[in-house]
Design a protein around this ligand. Sequence first.
Ligand SMILES: [Zn+2]
Length: 279
Amino acid sequence: MAEGHAVHGMARRLRQLVGAPVRSRSPNGQLDAGLFDERVVADAQAVGKHLLVSAVDVPLSVHLHLAMDGGVSVRRHQRVLEGDYPRTEPPVHGNVAWRLLSATHLAEVTDPAVCELLDEDGVLALRARLGPDPLRDDAEPDLARRRVQSSRRPIGALIIDQKVIAGIGNVYRAELLHRARLNPFTPGRDVDDETFEAIWQDAVDLMTIGLGAGWIVTDPRQVAAVREALVRGETVPRGPKRYAVYGRAGKPCHVCGTTVRAERMGLQRLFWCPGCQHS
Ligand SMILES: [Zn+2]
């Protein structure tokens, strides 16, 4: 499943259409797309793993959640124009739920789990049921801290709970807790302020790097190299992915050599190192 950095990357790509009038279609019929047809795209935002797209003078937003199989593609095209729009529309391939065609770009949403229209109250209700998102400027980490510290549930279950922190998935969960040297079974109420703030700040830092790089970077040497490349405005190479614990059950921890363990916590397998994360 796309973690928050990837969804923010999709929003960033969709923002290439902001300010442009678009043809709006739903080839598979999943969305009532006519409301956006011949309208001007106003914004595309990510909130955790959700996307919200709005248009000028349209009272509803399109809400997308891509779950396991969904994707967003945005590409430039050079089609013959007739006024604001290409004279012909490109053929549809795959299960396209929403397509936006501007004079310069084609955006397609394929296989989303959710592709629906939300009114203002619906958007507020969505925002209210999500915790703060480390990649958003308006995030209030104190809200997440209070939700963690008022719970007896293990921190490994809490930081992947979208009501607590929005955007963290299974890879970031495992790697953030390992980098914090925190046992994932620690009850939320036993996580002190300093530890929570360190994890939050690390999430902000790593997910910002992940957004810039386009892949999840958590290995300390790779983090440093990718950060430098991003600061210099250079293209960041993709991978190789090197995780400390994620996906490495039965293998030695890169830090201490203890065998990495995996067990089910919530819907997914949690990876952790009993050597590094004993307290
Ligand atoms: Zn270890």
